[in-house]
Design a protein around this ligand. Structure first.
Ligand code: PBG
Length: 330
């Protein structure tokens, strides 16, 4: 592959000038590669800072007009909605997930009514925003039951589709849920609603600030290791993705992001399917505090996002999405 040697071969030649570096650049980042996560709160006319994530806010549904306008203006193709459910609406079974007037349902209706198909709306399917114990499914003897949980998840998926959600994103890691959700959506004539499966979601220590933001941190007892993946494993991620594709996933998500670039790359190499990556809350807060403390330069943000592209991600869910889109503009 190498066709010469030093001193006639000098790789620094093409790095000498900015125009030349631009010319040989292998990957770049566009607004089209970004998904912006939005936290929702109950109430009216509120924009509340998330303490654990400086620069990130929670919005009441009536504020979404301004927020989404801005996102569309900066060419971001899709938003991901995350509700911060008040404790009095949580129970053991996560019943609020099936309430057509819950926060997420109201937000989907609001956005789709006002902005039609000028923006994609993605929403998680899992019970953790709604359960008092903070787990993604039904808890029995400290174990999250699989098949029983799926029976609720398929209803949650259908409800979100009925509200107008474009992309259903099961983030619960139950076995077999993608197939059951696809079947249930199709049976109810929602053939065109996409499924973005969180196929490889790890039991990670990087979700702390998010759990704080949605209020599941204090309530979560133990951990999610009996359903989310062990961070020591990568072949298992390939099996997860293979199964989800068979069951009908249109796209797959890898989560967290930066520490898992090897997984993104392996999956992209093995399956020719759109791979999305989630630069999670802990990654956001780490980079943010590094910048604040002047330990790193703020270009580290764009660097981190281009690294996802280099690894093979089609798009990245990132709390930096809006700031970055404002900067790159194409
Ligand atoms: C839960 C969910 C989590 C995140 C997104 N959806 C946390 C968890 O699994 O406990 C984390 C995202 C982030 O940290 O930014 N289904």
């Amino acid at each position: 592959m190498i066709t010469g040697k030093f001193p006639n071969l000098r790789l620094r030649r093409t790095r000498k000038y900015n125009w030349s570096r631009r010319l040989i650049q292998e990957n770049n980042l566009s607004c089209n590669d970004l998904v912006y996560p939005i936290f929702l709160i109950e109430g009216k006319n509120k924009k509340q800072p998330v303490k654990s994530m400086p620069g990130v806010y929670k919005y009441t549904v009536d504020q979404l007009g301004v927020v989404i306008n801005n996102i569309i203006k900066h060419k971001i193709p899709m938003v991901a909605l995350f509700p911060s459910t008040p404790n009095n609406k949580k129970d053991k079974f996560g019943k609020e997930a099936l309430n057509e007037n819950n926060l997420v349902c109201r937000a989907i209706r609001f956005i789709k009514k006002r902005f039609k198909n000028n923006i994609g709306v993605m929403s998680d399917v899992a019970l953790d925003p709604y359960t008092t114990h903070g787990h993604d499914g039904i808890l029995k003897k400290n174990y999250v039951t699989n098949d029983e949980t799926i029976e609720i998840l398929i209803k949650q998926s259908l409800l979100q589709a009925q509200m107008g959600c474009d992309v259903i994103a099961p983030s619960d890691m139950m076995d077999g849920r993608v197939g059951k959700i696809r079947k249930f959506l199709d049976k109810n004539k929602y053939h065109d609603v996409q499924i973005l499966s969180y196929a490889a979601k790890y039991a990670s220590n990087f979700y702390g600030p998010f759990r704080d933001a949605v209020g599941s941190k204090k309530s979560l007892k133990s951990d999610k290791k009996n359903y989310q993946m062990d961070f020591s494993n990568s072949h298992e991620a390939l099996r997860e993705v293979a199964l989800d594709i068979k069951e009908g996933a249109d796209m797959v998500m890898i989560k967290p992001g930066l520490p898992y670039l090897d997984i993104i790359q392996k999956i992209k190499e093995n399956f020719k399917i759109p791979v999305l990556a989630y630069q999670v809350s802990g990654e956001y807060s780490l980079i943010k505090s590094g910048i604040k403390n002047k330990l790193i330069n703020e270009n580290a943000i764009i660097e981190s996002l281009i690294c996802f592209k280099r690894a093979g991600a089609s798009a990245i869910v990132s709390y930096f999405a809006l700031d970055v889109a404002k900067k790159i503009k194409f």
